[in-house]
Design a protein around this ligand. Structure first.
Ligand code: GAL
Length: 426
């Protein structure tokens, strides 16, 4: 071998070592470990599982000898899964890859030393060229990239059933909060709750509050809440909480027993008027055989028409993953065009990749992909962008406590939210 080709071979071996992280002495055990792959999410049923299954089949086609172990833990927004995950990480028994949100949630896992740096995988897969630079920033800590995003969801979407709206005399979607509250009263007048509420696990009520904070004070002041420039106990939050209180007063009384798929059924069965929920609702309804545009339709949530309150699910490589090579193969599928275009049309989200094939997506998702490019982007609090797990847990609990206390103590809620923000800074 000529000197230059020896050097080239050595360089290639070094690259392979960085990407797989395996020396030849560990190769044998990693081949054995590659016989299985354990993936941890909260996508256990409906549209969420349909999305995961679609991406899993891209993986199993490419890796037919690797057994896929689906370690999902049911419960919207990961309210149950995150506790299980925390104890597994604590016990140094991580899954091979787990779901984490882009933004401060991911940052928390990185800062507690739980994740491997994936920067070299980005270079070898060319992802730095097909993922938006702004999104990459939310996956980067100290100059290193720590996860692979699979999608973008929108949290601030208004959903309704056209037949129910017609009955209530509502012909166009409300675009302002005033119009929204007027429509809630119209639903009430035909004897149904104006808004479907899901109180189980607190997060969906917190998401409604998060949206009303944004819609009431606007994007700049809202972002200031997480930078310390808008006070949690000031007049902007107080006004938003009055709107929150008002919205809750139009809700179903059994909210505490319902997670989001059950609350969504109130809409499609004509038993409630509006639903403010992330766009995973559409995928859920489609997995039940319902049709977008006929059985349900959508608009940007009132008061946030040109604002895209986003979140992104991503997959990680935990330090100590037992099937590390299989996990790397999984992450490659997560970032690939084939993986993302199989997953997202079923999950109700858009692909992160700028080369995604939009003909595979429905009319809602095509519109979302266009708006993602032109709208003002603002992160979701309940789904990890604005705060870490500590902030989110306290934020959700504050909203849940307010609802179960009869939605009366606005000053107490503002104080609890201020404390949630502080908890997230620790
Ligand atoms: C979010 C997650 C979404 C969806 C939703 C409801 O946190 O990012 O993918 O699963 O929860 O469970």
């Amino acid at each position: 071998m000529r000197k230059s080709s020896v050097r080239l071979a050595a360089a290639l071996a070094a690259v392979a070592l960085v990407v797989t992280g395996c020396s030849s002495s560990t190769k044998t055990s990693s081949t054995a470990a590659d016989k299985q792959l354990e993936i941890f999410t909260w996508w256990a049923s409906g549209g969420e599982k349909a999305g995961l299954d679609a991406m899993t089949s891209v993986f199993t086609t490419a890796n037919p000898n690797t057994k896929f172990i689906n370690a999902s833990v049911a419960g919207g927004a990961g309210v149950n899964a995150k506790a299980v995950l925390a104890s597994r990480l604590e016990a140094n028994n991580p899954p091979d890859s787990f779901q984490a949100h882009a933004g401060m949630e991911l940052d928390g896992y990185v800062k507690s030393g739980k994740l491997e740096d994936l920067t070299s995988l980005y270079a070898s897969e060319g992802w730095d060229k097909v993922f938006p630079a702004d999104l990459l920033k939310t996956l980067t800590v100290g100059g290193k990239i720590y996860s692979v995003p699979v999608n973008i969801h929108r949290a601030n979407v208004l959903w309704w059933n056209p037949a129910t709206a017609t009955k209530a005399g509502i012909t166009t979607a409300p675009t302002t909060l005033d119009e929204f509250f007027a429509d809630l009263a119209k639903f009430k007048a035909i004897g149904i709750p104006g808004i479907a509420l899901a109180g189980k696990g607190d997060w969906a009520i917190a998401q409604l509050m998060d949206y009303l904070l944004l819609a009431t004070m606007g994007a700049d002041k809202y972002e200031g809440l997480f930078k310390g420039t808008t006070s949690w106990t000031g007049p902007e939050v107080a006004a938003a909480l009055v709107n929150f209180q008002k919205a809750l007063s139009f809700g179903n009384k059994d909210a505490g027993n319902l997670d989001w798929p059950d609350a969504g059924k109130l809409i499609t069965s004509g038993k409630a008027g509006f639903f403010i929920m992330g766009d995973w609702a559409s995928a859920q309804w489609q997995s039940d055989g319902l049709k977008l545009g006929t059985d349900y339709t959508w608009a940007a949530a009132p008061g946030t028409t040109n604002i895209y309150q986003w979140l992104s699910d991503s997959f990680t490589l935990p330090i100590g993953a037992k099937d590390r090579n299989a996990a790397l193969a999984w992450l490659k599928v997560c970032g690939s065009k084939a993986g993302q275009d199989a997953f997202n049309p079923k999950k109700g989200s858009i692909s992160v990749r700028t080369d995604s094939d939009l003909t595979l997506y429905d009319s809602y998702l095509q519109a979302a992909a266009a708006q993602w490019k032109t709208d003002r982007l603002v992160g979701s609090t309940v789904h990890g962008v604005n705060g870490n797990n500590a902030l989110m847990a306290a934020f959700d609990a504050a909203a849940g406590k307010y609802l179960s206390g009869g939605a009366k103590d606005n000053a107490g809620l503002a104080k609890d939210l201020a404390a949630a923000y502080v908890a997230g800074q620790a």
